[in-house]
Design a protein around this ligand. Structure first.
Ligand code: SF4
Length: 346
């Protein structure tokens, strides 16, 4: 079990539910645009949001943003410790900074002291693309061992100044390297882990990489919070994160749709049926499993774990509930309506 940190009111680690994060794509000094995007992210299911703080104008915006949002705000800072101090004073809930990159030790101490005074955790965000030169020289390439050694270097610096309110990420754009790095880290420490595959790409491939990397680690019991990284509207990251958590069996926000791939037994036009059910389920909040299966031979049995479902016949279908048929020979054009009547009865 990892240690627990508090990011604002959201616990991370120590057995708390895996929290969904995303990052704004707005310019942070554009307070209105940033707040609007955070509200959209929150409505989509984001629980912790991060903003980039590249300069003092962005740091000065943090207080104004905080006043207008309710989810915890993480500031992402590279190199400049003064920006971290400004953001901490303005009420940031967590700082992502790598202490080894901010210069002299008195600067590290200043950041550690400021965060400790306000009970603000620090995320050490190791990234394969910005690994220290010495580690690249030592290992010859970006590899899991180098990412983990980098993380421990930053941890030691914070520990030196009596700061241990830490979480760690070890991101790489390679799924196997990312997965191995997190596995190594979880064997060697109990710091809460922020999962992510960095620069994962557009949703087409990025969702697959994230589902593999993040989902694979979650299935192994590793990971306390996550961010899916996509070249897309950040709300898509949140939707993907929710689906990964659902597929990993860690959350069920609303219904879960299972549907069969169809095969030579299928005698009904199943694909539009499944798409229609998926679309109409978007307004259902019950944590139920709904099955859309191509035939009655295997359908109800294969979907017996479902609360309710459709099994296709020849131009008609059956509605079943917990594997038992409740409506027979329903014409195809009435099947979805009949299914949703059954869902309402659940
Ligand atoms: S449920 Fe029936 S139609 Fe669908 S894949 Fe299985 S056997 Fe084929």
């Amino acid at each position: 079990m990892t240690k627990q940190i508090m990011v604002g009111a959201v616990p991370v680690g120590g057995g708390a539910p895996v929290a969904i994060q995303s990052m704004c794509s707005t310019h942070t000094d554009d307070v209105q645009a940033t707040v609007e995007q955070i509200h959209r992210l929150e409505a989509a299911g984001c629980e912790i949001v991060r903003v980039a703080v590249p300069d003092m104008a962005a740091a000065k915006a943090i207080g104004k943003i905080k006043e207008q949002i309710s989810i915890p705000l993480v500031v992402d800072i590279h190199f400049n410790y003064k920006l971290a101090l400004e953001c901490v004073a303005a009420g940031a809930d967590k700082v992502r900074i790598n202490p080894g990159n901010i210069g002299s030790e008195d600067r590290v101490k200043a950041v550690a002291d400021a965060c400790r005074a306000k009970n603000i955790p620090i995320r050490i965000g190791v990234n394969g693309g910005s690994l220290e030169k010495e580690l690249l020289a030592k290992y010859g390439k970006v590899c899991p061992e180098a990412l983990v050694e980098s993380a421990f270097g930053h941890i030691r610096l914070l520990n030196k100044f009596d700061f241990d309110d830490i979480c760690v990420s070890l991101k790489s754009s390679s799924v196997p390297i990312t997965m191995k790095a997190y596995q190594l880290m979880s064997q060697q420490s109990d710091y809460p882990l922020h999962l992510g595959v960095t620069e994962a790409g557009t949703p087409t491939m990025g969702v697959i990489k994230s589902a593999m990397g993040i989902g694979g680690l979650l299935a192994l019991g590793i990971g306390d919070t996550l961010r899916v990284t996509l070249t897309a509207d950040p709300c898509e990251e949140v939707v993907a994160a929710k689906r990964i958590l659902q597929a990993a069996g860690l959350r069920q926000d609303g219904p879960n749709l299972i549907s069969c791939p169809t095969c030579g037994r299928t005698r009904i036009d199943l694909i539009p049926l499944a798409n229609e059910v998926e679309r109409r389920l978007q307004t259902v909040t019950k944590p139920i499993t709904v099955a859309v299966m191509g035939c009655v031979v295997n359908g109800p049995g294969e979907a017996s774990a479902a609360d309710v479902g459709i099994a296709g016949g020849n131009g008609f279908g059956f509605i079943f509930r917990h594997g038992e048929i409740v409506s027979k020979q329903v014409p195809q054009d009435q099947l979805v309506d009949e299914l949703f009547r059954e869902i309402e009865r659940l």
